[in-house]
Design a protein around this ligand. Structure first.
Ligand SMILES: [Zn+2]
Length: 260
């Protein structure tokens, strides 16, 4: 599973809403890599992009942290390469509480996205209804990046793939339906979805988004070599967890014989 990355001398540490925040140095590298597409636009766009990623990931993790606090435990936030973690001080009992905590991260991002959109509709600080950039190109880029990063980071995290938020929700729901077998079924779903997304990403890359993808709606994000690698790694993680589960099942089978 996702474990807390080790502390380094280059960590950035501060507090936000009373939660301790730690930013691992690799976070900046991950954000810069994801922003590589800005390279031919100018260096200021890379800086804007990294600021947007920082704010968006913080808001997402704060969503989890606030919900942890709501259910009585404090949480620390760590931003790491390609993502973040909200680490609670104590285990939260109750399936529906844990589901709400998992959903609170994407929800916080969607609220920020909606807030940014509505504020621009009201005050036209980035663009006006005729489509003109009212605040210049940089402000227009900042606006669009805030919208898309928050929207798609939330959607990506809701996929039922471990260890994303949607994977945690899927595990809780499968546990609700199938009891102790739920974790295994959730991992199988996770593996199947991750493999399907690798196939979709590779299809997008290999056909260069050609006519083969005409059936895919325009608003559905296209796969890239990056999403192929990401979901490949997540598929492998799910596969490993399934193998571990199989091993612990056979070694630590303490059920009574007629339940086996
Ligand atoms: Zn999350």
């Amino acid at each position: 599973m996702l474990v807390e990355p080790e502390r380094t001398a280059y960590d950035l540490r501060f507090r936000l809403l009373g939660f301790p925040i730690r930013i691992h140095p690799l976070f900046w590298l991950g954000a810069a890599l994801l922003g590589a597409f800005t390279l031919n636009m100018g260096f200021q766009y890379l800086l804007i992009w990294m600021a947007v990623v920082l704010v968006s990931l913080l808001v997402h993790e704060l969503g989890h942290a606030v919900m942890f606090r709501w259910f009585g435990t404090n949480a620390a936030i760590v931003l790491y390469v390609f993502g973040g973690l909200a680490i609670p001080q104590a285990f939260v009992a109750g399936r529906w509480r844990r589901i709400l905590i998992s959903l609170a991260g994407p929800l916080a991002g969607f609220l920020l996205c909606a807030g940014v959109y509505v504020s621009n509709r009201q005050f036209h600080w980035a663009s006006n209804p005729e489509g003109f950039l009212t605040g210049g190109r940089e402000v227009g880029f900042f606006y669009l990046a805030l919208l898309w990063v928050n929207l798609y980071w939330g959607i990506l995290n809701l996929l039922p793939v471990f260890p994303l938020d949607g994977g945690q929700v899927s595990r809780e729901l499968c546990g609700l339906v199938w009891g102790p077998r739920g974790t295994r079924i959730a991992l199988q779903i996770s593996l199947a979805v991750a493999v399907a997304l690798v196939a979709y990403s590779l299809l997008c890359v290999l056909t260069a988004n050609g006519p083969a993808l005409a059936v895919v709606p325009w608003w559905l994000p296209r796969g890239t070599i990056f999403t192929a690698i990401l979901f490949g790694l997540l598929a492998y993680t799910s596969y490993q967890l399934l193998q571990q589960l199989r091993w612990t099942d056979s070694s630590w089978d303490d059920r009574v014989p007629w339940e086996r």
